[in-house]
Design a protein around this ligand. Structure first.
Ligand SMILES: Cc1ncc(COP(=O)(O)O)c(C=O)c1O
Length: 383
């Protein structure tokens, strides 16, 4: 199999991830913070080690501000629903994932929350003038993706954060597509909250993700329950306990910690350059194919490793099906859970085919997919 669907979830994972999960499976049977026996203490160390590694990778300061969740969706729900109140106003962009839009739509429907969307240009760039205009209306929260999962462009978070900070509007960044493959320094960016997916470019297992919550940022927890300590008291106010009720995914978090250490050893900057090289190789191969249209920003612009395209003669769904069936190439077709990004791109009618090479994709994988698309894009459609 040639796997080019890393924007959905990355594959393969570093062998260190498997080794850590295997070690947990064989020898760490306890639950962190629940019991004074050796294996519970060891489980606690696994989770703490991952939290520290994550805080260091994101330059997030105190590891207690990193909250582990099941995925980026859960992190975004916590950040959005935990900070917005009835009747509040939220500013967002026109390229967000449904993990941002749907919680906002829910709040609009059930809690009279007003949602304003800043415009993006057709290459995905945010219209900063329009964004600033909306932020100057003093909304209660701004939610901005770091990189679109359909278009691939990376948004200028430091510039965006300067605008929100000046207006004293808390900023939540969706880093699902960037954490692990684009250098992130929360301290330098000056963001208030940042959601990440552990299972994408961070190379961790499925069922992992998290949220950074800035030290002074007030967020209500969405669930209450056992946290292991202070059982006679109410829900703890200390972090991360306040937000992590219930037995955590210790083995998965351990695997994520191992993945983060693997990434730190290579350096995110080097990962970005390597993925960028592959993405450019893919783009230059695809550009030579006459029957397709490629979307997104110029290759020289800052972008993550994904390409959206459409073939003139063959529907994207059929193309993905034939790539998989005839060539063993895994890609993704459709809307990629981000319909608004397709409005921005002008592909709302049928979506796009998305190719997303990862750190472990080879040059041969790229050459094979270019050749396969060249062959398929000129054939007569099935229907
Ligand atoms: C930009 C963006 N945000 C959020 C998500 C949701 O991530 P998860 O699947 O970890 O919940 C995705 C996943 O595709 C994404 O691309």
């Amino acid at each position: 199999m040639i796997y080019l669907d890393n924007a959905a979830t990355s594959f393969p994972k570093p062998k260190e991830v498997l080794a850590k999960i295997d070690k947990c499976f064989k020898s760490i049977g306890g639950s962190p913070g629940r019991g004074a026996h050796l294996t519970s203490l060891e489980a606690g160390r696994v989770v703490l080690g991952a939290r520290e590694a994550m805080a260091q990778l994101l330059e997030a300061g105190n590891p207690e501000n990193i909250i582990f969740t099941a995925n980026a969706t859960e992190a975004l729900n916590l950040a959005i629903k935990g900070s917005v109140r009835d009747g509040d106003t939220v500013v967002t962009t026109s390229v967000e994932h449904n993990s941002v839009y749907r919680p906002l739509e829910y709040l609009a429907e059930h809690h009279q929350v007003k949602v304003m969307r800043a415009a993006n240009f057709s290459n995905g760039d945010l219209n900063l003038a329009h964004f600033k205009e909306l932020i100057e209306k003093s909304p209660d929260l701004a939610v901005v993706t770091h990189a679109s999962n359909v278009i691939g462009n990376i948004l200028p978070i430091e510039e965006i954060a300067a605008i929100t900070r000046k207006a004293k509007v808390p900023l939540l960044v969706d880093a699902a597509q960037t954490a692990g493959s684009v250098p992130i320094s929360i301290e330098k960016m000056g963001v208030d909250m940042l959601a990440f997916a552990g299972h994408k470019a961070l190379l961790g297992p499925p069922g992992t993700g998290g949220l950074y919550i800035g030290p002074g940022v007030a967020v209500r927890e969405l669930k209450q329950g056992g946290t292991g300590g202070a059982s006679k008291d109410g829900q703890p106010k200390i972090r991360p306990d306040r937000y992590e009720s219930g037995t955590p995914n210790t083995w998965g978090i351990g695997g994520l910690g191992a993945a983060v250490k693997f990434i730190s050893k290579i350096g995110v900057e080097n990962i970005y350059l390597e993925e960028n090289r592959k993405m450019k190789k893919l783009l230059s191969g695809l550009e030579r194919i006459s029957g397709i249209k490629i979307y997104g920003p110029n290759p020289s612009e800052q972008r993550v490793s994904l390409v959206s395209l459409r073939a003139k003669k063959i529907d994207s769904g059929e193309l993905a099906y034939l790539l998989d069936k005839n060539y063993g190439i895994a890609t993704r077709a459709g809307y990629h859970c981000a319909p608004e990004a397709h409005q921005t791109l002008g592909t709302y009618d049928t979506g796009t085919l998305r190719l997303s090479p990862g750190y472990f994709s080879t040059d041969e994988d790229i050459e094979a997919v270019v050749q396969a698309i060249d062959e398929l894009s000129h054939r007569t459609p099935l229907r």
